[in-house]
Design a protein around this ligand. Structure first.
Ligand code: S3P
Length: 463
C-alpha cells in the first residue's frame, strides 16, 4: 500500500499556505507541427471531489478508481480527513475512503485550506452546514475573491450560522452548521451545480425532504452519486429546461465503488489543440459524454469540427467515448446562452478555437464566467488581444473574430491564478504563428497535473 496520501502543501490545513503561493513559473508554447497519438485526460474533477465527500459520509470503505490527483481534489481529501475520514492512496488514481458517516463528522481542529478550489470549498460548506460542527474555510487569493453568499444564503435558511466572513461574504469564513438542518425548497438564483450540491449535501442530514429547483439543468453528478450511495432522490423536469430534485434526508448511505471517467473539461484542451494545429490527428480516450457536460462537443461539431465518437460505452455509470479529432475547417457560430451550463468551464478554450475559425463566433450569456477562478471574460478578452485577435465583450457576450485557420499569437497572457486561462493560451501557442507565453503555469496542477507531459507526447513544444 502506498502511504503518501497528500502532498505537503495539501496536508497543511492551517492558515493559507500552499504551492499555489509559490513563485509563479512562466511558460510558453510554439508551433511545432501536427499533433498525433492517443491521450487519456485525467479523471473528472467534479466526480473526484464528490467521491471523497460521499466516502466521508458513509460508514465503511469506498474504493475510488481513476481519481484526479490534482491539488484541488487533494485539498477536498484533506478536508474530509479533517472531518474524520481515513483516506489511503493504493496506487495511481486508486484510493479508499473509510468514512466517519453522515451525522458523525468531527469538528476540524484547524482551518480548511481549499487552495484554488471553488467546488471543494462550496460542497464542503454544504456538508459542514448540515452538521453540528464549526469549520473555518479559506483558500488562495483567487478563492478569497469568489462569491460565497450564493452558498451561505441557503445554508442559513437551513439553520447554519456564519460566525465570521470576509468582505461581501467571501473567504475566510467561519461556518457553524445546523444540528438539525431544516428541510427547504430552494430555487437556485443561477444555474450552478455547486449551489445545488451544497444544499443537497446539507439536506442529507435533515430530518425531512430537501428540494432544489434550477431553471437550467446543471451538471448532475451529485444527484447520480446520491442515488449510487443509496439515498432516495428524484429528479423531474422543471419549467422549460430546468429540473426539480427532491432528496429524503437521513438516508442510510452505503459505500459504493466510484470509477471516475476522463474529464471532458480537461479533454477540451486536446480537442481544440488538434483542431487548430494543421495536420493533427489524435484520439482522446475515455471522455465522459454526459449531456450536461457536452456543450463544447456540440459547439465544435456545429463549427464543422471533424470529431468522431468511437466505442461509446458506459463506465462508472456515465456515458463515455473515445474521440478521434482531425484538424481543420472551423467556422464561427452563435452559441446560445442556454448552452452555458453544459460548457461553463470550456469557454476560454472555445474562444481560442474561435480565433482560428472562419468568421465570427458569438458566445452568449457568459455572466457566470466573471466569478470563476478569475474574471474569465476579461482574462480571455485580454489574452486574445495580446495574441492579436479581434475580440470584444458586449454585455455578457464574447465576440471573437476568426482568422481563417490562422492566428498571429506572440503575446504574454496574465493568468490570474486560473488554470484554464493558462492551458487555453498554451494550446493557442501550439498553432499560432508566434509563440504564446503565460505568466504562470503552476496552478495547472489544480486540475491537470500531467498537462505538459500529455501534450509533449502528442508533439507539442513547451519552453
Ligand atoms: C462544478 C460546477 C461548475 C464548474 C466547476 C465545477 C461542480 O460551477 O464551473 O468547475 O463540480 O459542481 P458552477 O456550478 O458554480 O457553475
Amino acid at each position: 500500500m502506498l502511504r503518501a496520501p497528500f502532498p505537503t502543501a495539501t496536508r497543511a490545513v492551517g492558515p493559507v499556505s500552499s504551492s499555489l503561493h509559490a513563485a509563479p513559473r512562466p511558460a510558453a508554447t510554439r508551433r511545432a507541427g501536427a499533433l498525433s497519438g492517443r491521450l487519456r485526460p485525467p479523471g473528472d474533477k467534479s466526480i473526484s471531489h464528490r467521491a471523497f465527500i460521499f466516502g466521508l459520509l458513509c460508514v465503511g470503505e469506498t474504493p475510488i478508481e481513476g481519481l484526479l490527483e490534482g491539488d484541488d481534489v487533494l485539498r477536498t481529501g484533506a478536508a474530509c480527513r479533517a472531518l474524520g475520514a481515513a483516506i489511503e492512496r493504493r496506487g495511481p488514481g486508486l484510493w479508499t475512503v473509510r468514512g466517519a458517516g453522515l451525522g458523525s463528522l468531527l469538528a476540524p481542529a484547524d482551518a480548511l485550506d481549499f487552495g484554488n478550489a471553488g467546488t471543494g470549498s462550496r460542497l464542503m460548506m454544504g456538508v459542514v452546514g448540515g452538521h453540528p460542527i464549526t469549520a473555518r474555510f479559506d483558500g488562495d487569493a483567487s478563492l478569497r475573491k469568489r462569491p460565497m453568499r450564493r452558498i451561505l444564503d441557503p445554508l442559513e435558511l437551513m439553520g447554519a450560522r456564519v460566525l465570521e466572513q470576509g468582505e461581501g461574504g467571501r473567504c475566510p469564513i467561519l461556518l457553524a452548521g445546523a444540528a438539525e438542518p431544516a428541510p427547504i425548497a430552494y430555487e437556485t438564483p443561477v444555474a450552478s451545480a455547486q449551489i445545488k450540491s451544497a444544499v443537497l449535501l446539507a439536506g442529507l442530514n435533515s430530518p425531512g425532504r430537501t428540494v432544489v429547483m434550477e431553471k437550467e439543468a446543471s451538471r448532475d453528478h451529485t444527484e447520480k452519486m446520491l442515488a449510487h450511495f443509496g439515498a432516495a432522490v428524484s429528479v423531474e423536469p422543471w419549467g422549460d429546461s430546468g429540473r426539480r430534485i427532491a432528496l429524503e434526508g437521513r438516508p442510510q448511505l452505503r459505500p459504493a465503488p466510484v470509477v471516475v471517467p476522463a474529464d471532458p473539461s480537461s479533454a477540451a484542451f486536446a480537442l481544440v489543440a488538434a483542431l487548430i494545429t494543421p495536420g493533427s490527428d489524435i484520439v482522446v480516450e475515455g471522455v465522459m459524454t454526459n449531456p450536461l457536460r457536452s456543450g463544447l462537443l456540440t459547439t465544435l461539431i456545429e463549427m464543422g469540427a471533424d470529431i468522431t465518437l468511437l466505442d461509446r460505452r458506459i463506465e462508472g455509470g456515465e456515458e463515455v467515448a473515445d474521440l478521434r479529432v482531425r484538424a481543420g475547417g472551423l467556422t464561427g457560430v452563435d452559441v446560445p446562452a442556454a448552452r452555458a451550463p453544459s460548457m461553463i468551464d470550456e469557454y476560454p478554450v472555445l474562444a481560442v478555437a474561435a480565433a482560428f475559425a472562419q468568421g465570427e463566433t458569438r458566445m452568449r450569456g457568459l455572466h457566470e464566467l466573471r466569478v470563476k477562478e478569475s474574471d474569465r471574460l476579461a482574462a480571455v478578452a485580454a489574452g486574445l488581444a495580446a495574441a492579436g485577435v479581434a475580440a470584444r465583450i458586449e454585455g455578457d457576450d464574447l465576440v471573437v473574430q476568426g482568422g481563417d485557420g490562422e492566428a498571429r499569437g506572440g503575446g504574454l497572457v496574465a493568468t490570474h491564478l486560473d488554470h484554464r486561462i493558462a492551458m487555453s493560451f498554451l494550446v493557442m501557442g501550439m498553432a499560432s504563428r508566434q509563440p504564446m507565453r503565460v505568466d504562470d503555469e503552476t496552478m495547472i496542477a489544480t486540475s491537470y497535473p500531467s498537462f505538459r507531459d500529455d501534450f509533449s507526447r502528442l508533439g507539442a513544444e513547451f519552453s
